[in-house]
Ligand binder design. Sequence first.
Ligand code: ATP
Ligand code: FE2
Length: 344
Amino acid sequence: MINAQKIVLSDDMYCLGIESTADDFGVGIARSNGEILANAVESYIPVEGGIHPREAARHHAEVANKTLLQALTTAKIKPKDLTAIAFSMGPGLGPCLRTGATVARTLAAYLQIPLVGVNHSIAHIEIGKLETGVTDPVTLYASGGNTMVTAFESGRYRVFGETLDIALGNCLDVFGRQAGLKSQRGLPLGAAIEQQALRGKTLIRLPYVVKGMDLSLSGLVTSAVTQLQKGNHSLEDVCYSLQEHAFAMVTEVTERALAHTEKKEVLLTGGVAANNRLQEMLRIVSEEHGAKFNVVPKKFATDNGAMIAWTGFLAYSQGIVTPIDESYVKLRWRVDRADVPWIN
Ligand code: ATP
Ligand code: FE2
């Protein structure tokens, strides 16, 4: 809900943000001047396979208390000093979103302060802008659950291209699991693939599917698994080829959005942003178009509460508050359906 009344923020205002769209439960605290005072995250690690939404939600409920306390202690903030409570309203997994929303509603009601529902994808972009100093980028947001190229145009963040099936991070994770790679010492499967790919020498031809401005990754991952199972190629070569194809696809779409919009900045965010080869490809095309390439620092690239807290402030400054009885979560809330009145 938009309340037309803008709020003048003063430096002693603090927003607590709760993130719970998927496997991470995060609590961040931001100050209205953009300082991030705390960014506590607890991750649910499935015993095997991918994320089970209800199991992840159960995890979030269990760690909510300790994560909240950790964030407040780190920030040296008392609950009564908070100005607003922001939460990830969508898109994401229903049970996970609802757990975070319940914690947020309880806090806002108890403290009698405003609740602000935040679009998770927009939060990824806004924390990137805050941390890197870019103002008007073409953004590639590539994570376990999302892959999209966005830029601000005519009052909204517009989606210039996106995956038609699975996300880039999911593509890597599915292959990694099928290939028997294990995430060791908290190392994500995407990072394990990146290490293998460094030793790859031969590029194997795999499906490369860009349709208009959108892309498809499910055929690529199936084909990569088949190539590996046939036993004609080394794991290193398949990892290398998988990365080259998948990253070239997202880079092509990003480049075309850049050529179309003529923006001067490119921003890479989401968990896959940690990948050096992806960064390299995007840096090359950015420079070819005279644009500056930026990547979000790792702790703000994956899902985190700080990005929700900061975006909550941006919304709240424009008078956006979410009444508790309208604070239902939106599982498929697209970026191009969210108002961003703080951008002009
Ligand atoms: P979202 O809800 O935004 O989709 P998520 O929890 O699914 O978020 P993130 O935490 O943003 O995803 O990112 C996790 C993904 O990032 C995983 O798919 C993981 O394999 C991938 N990843 C992490 N490090 C690397 C790396 N170095 N190279 C490639 N992929 C990586
Ligand atoms: Fe995310």
